[in-house]
Write a new protein. Structure first.
Length: 250
């Protein structure tokens, strides 16, 4: 891989992880189709996206804690919200990976695009439901399946779903960042079992950019109000969903 491409990959991962850890979405949802669109093979891109987002999520989670966007010290309410997504989510990553290596890319991309648009539209609408644990379990299952299926689609579901369910934007973003670490690691391990291949240089480049981006993204979240974050997340989610569907048609 040429040095210029390595630098581009690092910068792309850095920018996307800043956006992801500040808004709770966009890293895999946007970066995965960008890299595939530039000619990288999906079965090389997806596992690299998964492990690099896990790395960025680690630095992002520590930064969210540092900027008091959420409280993960001990078995707090925020920690329990993470576990509600992670525990059931890890149970479905095998199904998501199996679907990824079985279903045509057209079906996968169409499904993710439509789902992201629906969840994001609900995020900026006045519709809200009362927070219940079983609903958050369901969000975790759906989002984890998406992540293992395509490398993206976790944040737009959990971040917007949490807000619709009554969570504050900063808490929803921070808990999504934390949960993605576990889900991405689980899906990455399953991918290695299925594929047994990994582009080391490509993957390390993404990890470097993602780790740096995860440090700075939570600072931006700490400076933006709940209503503004909710609107930004909803609009960006709709744009990303429309963009994915547009990519399918061209």
């Amino acid at each position: 891989m040429e040095y210029i491409w390595i630098l581009i990959i690092i910068l792309l991962a850095l920018v996307m992880e800043i956006i992801d850890t500040s808004l709770g979405m966009m890293y895999g949802t946007i970066l995965s189709p960008i890299l595939i669109g530039y000619g990288f093979e999906p079965m090389i891109v997806i596992p690299a996206i998964l492990i690099s987002q896990a790395v960025g999520g680690m630095s992002g989670t520590l930064s969210h804690q540092n900027f008091k966007n959420a409280d993960f010290k001990g078995l707090t309410m925020d920690t329990k919200i993470v576990l509600a997504m992670v525990i059931p989510g890890l149970l479905v990553v095998i199904l998501g990976v199996f679907a990824a290596v079985t279903f045509p890319n057209l079906i996968i991309k169409t499904y993710i695009g439509i789902l992201v648009i629906i969840m994001s539209a609900l995020c900026i609408s006045p519709i809200r439901y009362r927070f219940t644990w079983w609903k958050h379990y369901a969000i975790g299952i759906l989002a984890a399946f998406n992540k293992a299926l395509s490398g993206g689609g976790f944040g737009p579901v959990t971040s917007t779903g949490g807000i619709i369910g009554g969570l504050k934007s900063k808490v929803s973003i921070a808990t999504t960042t934390f949960a993605e670490v576990c889900i991405c690691l689980g899906a990455f391990v399953v991918y290695l079992l299925f594929m047994r291949t990994l582009d080391i240089v490509f993957t390390v480049g993404l990890c470097i950019g993602s780790f740096i981006g995860g440090i700075f993204g939570p600072y931006l979240s700490s400076k933006v109000t709940h209503d503004r974050l909710r609107k930004i997340m909803g609009i960006l989610g709709i744009i990303s969903g429309v963009w994915l569907l547009w990519r399918i048609m061209i």
